[in-house]
Design a protein around this ligand. Structure first.
Ligand SMILES: Cc1cc2nc3c(=O)[nH]c(=O)nc-3n(C[C@H](O)[C@H](O)[C@H](O)COP(=O)(O)O)c2cc1C
Length: 654
């Protein structure tokens, strides 16, 4: 047998009396597709099943709300009084277990942030909110302190839900004690101002957590693995720090089998709990590493982990015993399998673009930029062989074209992908200049590896003209020729000291110390941040009143935070003329303003290559235009449309 490249990640671990097949666990990821009466919908079951099939050692089903009376009623519940509640849970546990993974269920209570995931925010704000103490939230919502009777009831609810979860077939439970939810609110000196036995000293603040754990333990028996999810540090002024996190861990450890060390809080440190692209991979591992020195139970770590090498090192060096991943397994549910089978070059890496969390918040759907099947696993994860094999020509090697080619080849078609440049990647080539977007650049390379493995022939330096396509005589043509930068007729914009943002990676050396970035959309903002991080003096000019309106609701605040650190912003400024030492603009009052800078970045948007699309429209009988060539939009759409374009080639009967 070939030697395993990542032996530590692949090593089984026994918790309680349950043996988990490896150390790569799937973290809880959002209760989407919950039915109106609080059951796990069939789509979610399929979602979890695919994480299990993908090889994770454990798959955690997200956030069971233990007490709907005091928590948002929007979420997932497990309750005998709800018809089919136990059945839905049992089907889900079974769907995970039958692929060899251990099904785990997260038990939670949101406390003073009940109803966070409701899309109707007005309703959420009008709900009663219950926390450790009377207070008013930052958003003005009043919170009432839980009474002792209510605490007793919630503690009992944990036990009730735990017993049902075990009966349904779950073989581990994760008690959510982190991220700012109710148990965390009790642990926190910031949220917990009680003067009774649940507040004040650390012993008192951990009392609620321990009562919950005892209640759950009583319900599930002595050998059933219990996991506690703890934020190792709350990471905000006034919250508990790592030193206190270690002491909390010591209090909790007698009652658990695995201590899961996460970080921060959902409401006050979203970018810590879900590390953004501006942070290092594994930036929270230090919390687990330190806590592990103070406890004897196994410890798990999490946070922007997706590299097998890094995760292997974490286990090998004893920083943690288990690694958890959330977003990495949205991007590629097969990551654990690829690790165990030494296929690490085939892992499609998470971009940390936050499409997943933004779509969850806004539309309550599951979405992932790089995985078109997310949230729709129920439609089948197998790409079935096509009944009739066809010849497929793909014009353009950006992410959409590559994904279309890969999918068509997996179906058994004969696929040729032509790229007019010397390297695939299309617009993603430009991302190589920005270290925080490394994965976005590497995505094209990974898709290329997958496409070639599936049998795609890639022809570089080859432009598909109508003549070329006619000569190839393909049955199907996917037009994925992308977009070109918009360079409006602003005087001076074509001068030598102006660099179009897409070409920055080629022309970096032309950029001096004082730079004006024209265009404050996502591309302009990210370039401005990068230049600022590199010590340049950066001015950002945007015609609209807001920056990055094209960024999603999760990425945008974190992006603007970086802008604040590194960039001087001029919104409401329209560029009039580029001169050798700056850009003349008009402000909102019609006044002329001068923004200084001896180098200029042009980031004024893209437009579809409609001329090429028109030329190729009749170059095969089946033609599909995808990605930016169809409509300038996101990588998400390019990949989705590419995937479905490829599947549609032989739809419609043969
Ligand atoms: C789409 C999505 C939904 C999530 N939902 C939950 C949840 O329901 N409960 C929870 O404890 N954590 C939830 N998380 C947090 C993750 O479990 C994890 O702690 C976090 O994403 C950091 O891990 P990562 O960097 O591997 O994504 C969610 C994360 C994502 C991306």
């Amino acid at each position: 047998m070939m030697k395993r490249q990542f032996p530590n990640l692949c090593k089984p671990i026994t918790l309680g009396r349950t043996t988990f097949p490896n150390r790569m666990f799937s973290a809880p990821m959002g209760g989407t597709d919950i039915t109106n009466d609080g059951c796990i919908g069939p789509k979610s079951t399929a979602f979890y099943e695919l994480r299990a099939k993908g090889g994770a050692g454990a798959v955690t089903v997200s956030e069971l709300m233990v007490d709907p009376n005091t928590d948002g009623s929007h979420g997932y519940h497990l309750d005998e009084s709800i018809l089919n509640s136990l059945a839905a849970a049992a089907y889900t546990a079974d769907a995970i277990r039958r692929h060899g993974a251990i099904p785990s269920l997260e038990l939670s209570h949101s406390g003073m942030y009940a109803g966070t995931y409701m899309t109707d925010k007005r309703k959420q704000k009008s709900m009663n909110q219950w926390g450790p103490s009377d207070t008013v939230r930052l958003d003005g919502v009043k919170v009432k302190a839980l009474t002792k009777e209510m605490i007793d009831h919630i503690v009992a609810s944990y036990g009730y839900a735990a017993a049902l979860a075990k009966r349904a077939g779950f073989e581990m439970l994760m008690i959510h004690g982190g991220h700012g939810w109710l148990i965390n609110q009790f642990l926190s000196p910031y949220f917990n101002k009680r003067t009774d036995e649940y507040g004040g000293s650390l012993e008192n603040r951990t009392r609620f957590a321990i009562e919950v754990l005892k209640s759950v333990r009583e319900a599930v028996g002595p050998f059933f693995p219990l996991e506690f999810r703890l934020s190792g540090s709350e990471l905000f002024e006034g919250g508990y720090d790592l030193e206190e996190g270690c002491r909390i861990a010591r209090q909790i450890e007698p009652y658990i089998d695995l201590l899961h060390v996460s970080a921060g809080t959902y409401q006050r440190g979203f970018g810590d709990t879900h590390p953004s692209m501006f942070k290092d991979h594994g930036c929270n591992v230090y919390l687990a590493e330190e806590i592990k020195k103070h406890v004897s139970v196994p410890v798990a770590t999490i946070g922007a982990l997706n590299s097998p090498e890094q995760m292997e090192e974490i286990i090998a060096s004893g920083k943690a015993d288990v690694v958890y991943m959330a977003r990495a397994l949205l991007a590629d549910p097969n990551l654990p399998r690829k690790v165990t089978e030494n296929r690490e070059h085939e892992i499609v890496k998470c971009l940390r673009c936050f499409t997943c969390m933004a779509e969850r918040a806004v539309t309550a759907t599951r979405r992932c930029t790089v995985n078109p099947l997310i949230g729709r696993e129920i439609e089948g994860d197998e790409v079935a062989p096509a009944p009739v094999k066809k010849k497929v020509l793909v014009a353009g090697g950006g992410p959409g074209g590559l994904y279309a080619a890969y999918t068509a080849a997996r179906r058994g078609h004969h696929v040729i992908l032509c790229e007019k440049e010397a390297e695939v990647g299309g617009i993603l080539k430009g991302e190589q200049a920005f270290p925080f977007k490394r994965e976005m650049y590497e995505l094209a390379e990974t898709y290329k590896v997958l496409a070639q493995k599936a049998g795609v022939e890639i022809r570089l330096n080859t432009e598909v003209t109508k003549e070329y396509a006619m000569k190839e005589n393909a049955d199907a043509l996917i037009i994925a020729v992308g977009s070109v930068p918009l360079v409006p007729p602003i005087p001076g914009l074509k001068a030598d000291h102006v660099v179009v943002v897409n070409n920055y990676y080629l022309e970096k050396d032309k950029i001096g110390d004082d730079v004006v970035v024209l265009g404050g959309g996502l591309a302009g903002c990210e370039c401005a941040i990068h230049l600022g991080m590199n010590g340049k003096n950066v001015h950002l000019v945007e015609m609209r009143d807001e920056l990055a309106v094209d960024a999603n609701v999760r990425h945008r605040p974190l992006l603007l935070n970086e802008i604040n650190k590194y960039v001087t912003v001029h919104t409401g400024y329209k560029g009039l003329e580029v001169s050798a030492d700056g850009v003349y603009c008009q402000d909102k009052n019609g006044k002329k303003q001068f923004v200084p800078g001896t180098s200029v970045i042009c980031a004024l948007g893209q437009r579809s290559r409609t001329d090429v699309v028109a030329e190729l429209q009749d170059a095969a009988l089946f033609v599909r235009v995808i990605g930016d060539a169809a409509k300038v939009s996101t990588i998400t759409n390019a990949v989705y449309w590419g995937y479905h374009g490829a599947l549609d080639i032989d739809a419609g009967g043969v």
